[in-house]
Design a protein around this ligand. Structure first.
Ligand SMILES: Cc1cc2nc3c(=O)[nH]c(=O)nc-3n(C[C@H](O)[C@H](O)[C@H](O)COP(=O)(O)OP(=O)(O)OC[C@H]3O[C@@H](n4cnc5c(N)ncnc54)[C@H](O)[C@@H]3O)c2cc1C
Length: 545
C-alpha cells in the first residue's frame, strides 16, 4: 500500500521522477551561444550525501508530540526530514543538489485537523520547539526552511492530513477548504459542483490553499479572477494563544479586518487551518488570443487602457522584447514559429512584444470582450497572431518548473522575481531592475539573459515578473545568485516598488521589508506576533527582519 504521507515532490527538485522536461536542441544551442553554458546534464543527487544531524528533540517532547497526533504522524526518517528542509527557490535547489548548507527539521508532524494543530502548538510552546507550517513546500523565498531561531529544536508541521472541502454554500458562491488542500484537489472538488476558484499559480500542482493565503499568492488568471487575497472571504487559524477566526460576510465595518492580518502572515502568527473562498460557476468557454505589439511601452499602454476601461481579459501577459525573442526561439513548433516571426518582421515588428490574452465566459460574453480588446490593441499598433500561441502557452503553463530542473542540472543559474508598481513608474522599474540584474551578473563575469513580462493588471498599475539566466559560477553558485538578487531588490526599493507582488517575504525579502512598511510598521507587526505567539515559536526568521 502506498504511504499517504510520502513526499509529494522529489526531494531535490520539482514534480516526481519520470516527468522531466528535456531541453530541445534550440534551447541547448541558445544556452551555448548566449550564456556560454555548455554543461552536460548532471546525474540526480544522492539522498545519502545530505548529512543527517541527530534529531534534537528531547524524549519528553517527542513523547508529547506523539501523544498529540499518534506515533505514525511524528516522523524523523531521512527522506521525510530532507523533503521538509527547503522550499523550491533556486537557492534551495542548489543547496539540496550539493548537500551543502541544508537545514533539517528535527521531526515532521502531521496533525489531522484544527484540534490537533492547536494541541501541537501547545506542546511546542511548553517545550520551546520552533514550528514551521508546511503546505506544499513550494515557497521560493525561504518560507519553509526549518530555522530554529533561539530554540534548541524545530518541527515542520505538514498540513497533508488537513485536506478537503469543508462546506459549499451554492447560494452565496462560497466554498470552505481545509488549509492543506492542494490546487488540483480544490478544482476537482469544485468541479463536481460546477464551480471553479480560477486560482492558477504556476505551482498549482503542489501548492495549497493555506499556503496561498499565507503568502498572498496570485494566479495566472488573477487579472480576471482576482488574487487569493481578493478571493479569501474568511479564515480560521490556530495560534499558540488560541483560535483566530473571521466571519464569512461580504463586507464589514467592524474595525481593521483581521482577515488582512492573517493573509500574508507566512506562518509567523499561527497555522491557517480553514479558508473560505469566493467561487464562481465554471465558465462555459475559454478563448486565447495572441498579439504582437510594436514595443513594450505600447503594449503596457494598451493593457492599461483595457484594465482601466473595465475590459481586461482574465489572463493578461505582455512579454518584453527579450522574453518574446527567447520564447519564439524556443517554441515547440519551429516551422510555425518561423512563419510567425516572418509575419511580424514584414509588419514592422522585428523586435515586437508578444501579448497573450485569455477570456473565460459564455460565447457571447467572450465575443463582446474580445471585440473591445481588438479595437484597443489595434489603436496601439498591435497585429493579431491568432489563437495558437496563447493555446500553446496554456498547454505548457506548468512546464517551466520542470524545465528549471533541467537547466540547473546543466549548470545554469535560473531564477525569477516579481514586483509591482504604478502605471506611471512601470517602464522605469522595468529598465532599472533589468539593468541591475545584467550589471550584477556581468560583474561576476557571467553574461545574462534577463526577460520580463507584465503578469497582472490593476487599474492603478501592474506587476512585473523577471526571469534571468546565466552560466553558474561553479563553487560560488549561491554568492552569484545573492549578488543578482540583492542588486534587483535594491533597484526595486529605489524605484519605490514593492519588494514582492506575490512570492511573499520569507527570509529572502525580509531585509527590504522595513524600507517598505517603515520601522513603526515592523514594530506593530512584532507587537501582534508577541500577543498571539508570546514564546515566538512560530516560523522564526521569516517575514519580520
Ligand atoms: C515553480 C514555482 C512556481 C510558482 N508560481 C507561483 C505563482 O504563479 N504565483 C504565486 O503566487 N506563487 C508562485 N510560487 C510560489 C509559491 O508556490 C507560493 O508562495 C504558494 O502560495 C506557496 O504555497 P504552499 O502551499 O506551497 O506553501 P509553502 O511553501 O508550504 O509555505 C509558504 C509559506 O506559508 C507558510 N504556510 C504554508 N501553509 C500555511 C498554513 N496553512 N498556515 C500558515 N502558514 C502557512 C509557510 O510556513 C511558509 O512561510 C511558485 C513557486 C514555484 C516553485
Amino acid at each position: 500500500m502506498t504511504d499517504p504521507l510520502a513526499p509529494r515532490m522529489r526531494w531535490w527538485g520539482w514534480g516526481v521522477d519520470g516527468q522531466d522536461a528535456p531541453l530541445p536542441k534550440a534551447a541547448l544551442a541558445l544556452l551555448g551561444s548566449e550564456l556560454r553554458a555548455n554543461g552536460a546534464p548532471a546525474a540526480p543527487p544522492v539522498l545519502e550525501r545530505i548529512a543527517l544531524s541527530e534529531p534534537a528533540l528531547t524524549a519528553r517532547a517527542r513523547a508529547k508530540l506523539v501523544a498529540a497526533v499518534g506515533a505514525e504522524h511524528v516522523r524523523d526518517d531521512r527522506l521525510t526530514r530532507v523533503a521538509h528542509a527547503a522550499g523550491r527557490s533556486y537557492a534551495d535547489l542548489v543547496r539540496l543538489r550539493s548537500g551543502r548548507g541544508v537545514t533539517l527539521p528535527d521531526a515532521v508532524v502531521y496533525p489531522a485537523g484544527h484540534g490537533e494543530v492547536a494541541a501541537l502548538l501547545n506542546v511546542c510552546a511548553a517545550e520551546s520547539i520552533a514550528v514551521v507550517p508546511f503546505g506544499g513546500g513550494t515557497s521560493v523565498v525561504g518560507g519553509v526552511e526549518p530555522l530554529r531561531g533561539r530554540f534548541a529544536s524545530v518541527v515542520s508541521l505538514d498540513l497533508a492530513r488537513i485536506s478537503g472541502l469543508v462546506a459549499l454554500d451554492r447560494c452565496s458562491q462560497l466554498a470552505s477548504f481545509h488549509g492543506g488542500t492542494t490546487g488540483p484537489e480544490v478544482e476537482r472538488l469544485l468541479d463536481e459542483h460546477g464551480f471553479t476558484l480560477g486560482h492558477l499559480p504556476q505551482s498549482f500542482e503542489f501548492s495549497t490553499v493555506g499556503g496561498w493565503a499565507a503568502t498572498r499568492s496570485a494566479g495566472q488568471a488573477s487579472t480576471g479572477y482576482g488574487r487569493i487575497d481578493e478571493l479569501v472571504v474568511a479564515l480560521r487559524a490556530a495560534t499558540p494563544s488560541g483560535e483566530l477566526s473571521t466571519l464569512a460576510v461580504p463586507a464589514s465595518a467592524a474595525g481593521p479586518p483581521l482577515r488582512e492580518l492573517l493573509l500574508g502572515s507566512e506562518g509567523v502568527l499561527g497555522v491557517i487551518t480553514e479558508v473560505t473562498l469566493r467561487v464562481r460557476p465554471r465558465a462555459a468557454a475559454q478563448r486565447w488570443d495572441a498579439w504582437s505589439l510594436p514595443c513594450f511601452g505600447a503594449g503596457a499602454g494598451a493593457l492599461r487602457e483595457l484594465e482601466q476601461g473595465g475590459a481586461a481579459p482574465d489572463v493578461a501577459r505582455l512579454s518584453d522584447e527579450e522574453e518574446t525573442r527567447i520564447s519564439l526561439a524556443l517554441a515547440s513548433h519551429p516551422a510555425a514559429t518561423r512563419a510567425l516571426r516572418a509575419y511580424m518582421r514584414i509588419r514592422g515588428h522585428d523586435a515586437g512584444c508578444l501579448a497573450i490574452l485569455g477570456f473565460d465566459g459564455s460565447g457571447a460574453q467572450i465575443a463582446r470582450r474580445r471585440a473591445r480588446a481588438r479595437s484597443n490593441l489595434r489603436r496601439h499598433g498591435a497585429i493579431a497572431l491568432g489563437p495558437a500561441p496563447g493555446a500553446a502557452w496554456a498547454r505548457a503553463r506548468f512546464r517551466g518548473a520542470y524545465v528549471r530542473d533541467e537547466l540547473i542540472g546543466r549548470g545554469v543559474l535560473v531564477e525569477t522575481l516579481e514586483t509591482a508598481t504604478t502605471w506611471t513608474r512601470l517602464q522605469v522599474l522595468h529598465r532599472d531592475v533589468g539593468a541591475a540584474l545584467r550589471g550584477a551578473l556581468a560583474r561576476r563575469g557571467t553574461p545574462a539573459v534577463v526577460m520580463c513580462h507584465v503578469s497582472h493588471l490593476y487599474p492603478t498599475g501592474a506587476s512585473l515578473y523577471f526571469t534571468f539566466l546565466a552560466r553558474q559560477q561553479a563553487g560560488a553558485e549561491l554568492e552569484q545568485w545573492r549578488a543578482a538578487k540583492a542588486a534587483a531588490s535594491d533597484a526595486i526599493a529605489a524605484a519605490g516598488a514593492t519588494i514582492t507582488h506575490h512570492h511573499a517575504v520569507g527570509t529572502d525579502h525580509a531585509p527590504w521589508l522595513g524600507g517598505e512598511v517603515g520601522r513603526l510598521g515592523i514594530e506593530a507587526l512584532r507587537a501582534v506576533k508577541a500577543r498571539v505567539d508570546p514564546a515566538g515559536i512560530m516560523n522564526p526568521g521569516k517575514l519580520l527582519p
